[in-house]
Design a binder for this molecule. Structure first.
Ligand SMILES: O=C(O)CCC(=O)C(=O)O
Ligand SMILES: [Fe+2]
Length: 341
């Protein structure tokens, strides 16, 4: 038996004492078409400085695409994890980042990992209109991958727009602006947080900050039972705060690379996801954008950084080594400068 799959419906071994989340955190909503200049850019920079998370409206991702992605995802995931693991490349139970590392994973979720297809690729993915009905058969899996490819194009476009505005705000040069966001090398994860028999003492996803430059979250617009949020919480002023889903909007959160690129001026926000209560489930789709592998991450001249320059490869290797050694990511604190520049 595969040790990384749970024995349904047995609850996970770790019993957490979860503080009740505080009411929804007020988040700014930015108009994507306006983040490039003037007031829009100032509002974006303020959100990144003060919160590290914001909503995006007017993003141009069709509602039908968003709806179908989550709806078909819901049909396909939520079957037998043992079977899915055997049959579907990219399927995972538990935390995706821990899959190959053989460390204890207590998170109550499953999902599908899909890499974006680089724009220069000679073999494009199947178009979303080519495959069957989105049901549970192979057609459904072909269709979800096609939908994710289409959705991924939008994510790359949005990430580039947001990043370019921040790069201009920080005064990055052209090379940095290009290499600090390899938006086509990003990936998507479609998550299902299944009902958890001990939802009040376990998590869907443990507290973490993303290792990305930025991440974009699409989630079901429903409310977590009794919580006032959708299951996602961010850590703010010493407490976990619900992030209430806003219909039609996307959520952007900054990752560690953006913190380092900005010399600590912009925040990568700590967040977690509650486990779904019995009888409920939550679907979300997250996109993660990273710098190029060999990009040297450092703040632009004029910003005194608390981090030493490092390559993105070095960061990834350190994260992997720390997870192997301790079970969790240490992250940016590994890269503090001994003296500030
Ligand atoms: O499912 C969500 O809303 C958030 C997932 C998340 O934080 C992650 O994948 O890093
Ligand atoms: Fe995250």
């Amino acid at each position: 038996m595969d040790p990384s799959c749970p024995l349904f419906p047995q609850p996970p071994p770790l019993q957490l004492q979860l503080e009740p989340g505080l009411p929804g955190l007020e988040l700014p909503t930015l108009d994507l078409e306006r983040v490039g200049g003037g007031e829009g850019r100032a509002a974006l920079a303020a959100a990144c400085r003060d919160l590290g998370v914001f909503r995006v409206a007017n993003h141009g991702v069709p509602g039908e695409l968003r709806g179908r992605l989550l709806e078909i995802g819901k049909k396909l995931l939520g079957r037998n994890p043992f079977e899915l693991k055997k049959a579907q490349p990219g399927y995972f139970w538990g935390t995706a980042a821990l899959q190959s590392l053989r460390v204890r994973d207590v998170n109550w979720l499953e999902g599908l990992h899909v890499d974006l297809v680089p724009a220069c690729s000679s073999s494009p993915p199947p178009s979303s209109s080519q495959a069957g009905d989105g049901g549970g058969g192979d057609d459904g899996w072909i269709r979800i991958r096609a939908l994710m490819a289409e959705y991924g194009d939008h994510m790359a476009r949005i990430a580039r727009k947001v990043f370019d505005a921040l790069a201009a705000e920080l005064g990055l040069d052209g090379d940095q602006t290009a290499s600090y966001l390899a938006e086509r090398d990003g990936f998507l994860r479609l998550y299902r947080y299944p009902p958890c028999p001990s939802a009040s003492s376990c998590l869907g996803m443990e507290p973490h900050s993303d290792s990305s430059v930025l991440s974009i979250i699409l989630s079901q617009d429903h409310h977590h039972d009794g919580g006032g949020g959708g299951g996602l919480q961010v850590f703010r002023d010493g407490a976990w705060r619900h992030v209430t889903p806003a219909p039609g909007e996307l959520l952007v959160n900054l990752g560690d690379m953006m913190t380092a690129i900005s010399g600590g001026v912009y925040q990568s926000v700590r967040h977690r996801v509650l486990a779904s209560r019995p009888g409920t489930e939550r679907l979300s789709c997250c996109y993660f954008a990273f710098p190029q592998e060999d990009a040297i991450i450092q703040a632009p001249d004029g910003i005194s950084s608390m981090y030493r320059p490092f390559s993105h490869r070095e960061f990834r290797e350190q994260v992997q080594a720390d997870i192997k050694a301790t079970g969790s990511k240490v992250g940016l604190s590994r890269f503090y400068a001994t003296t500030s520049r």
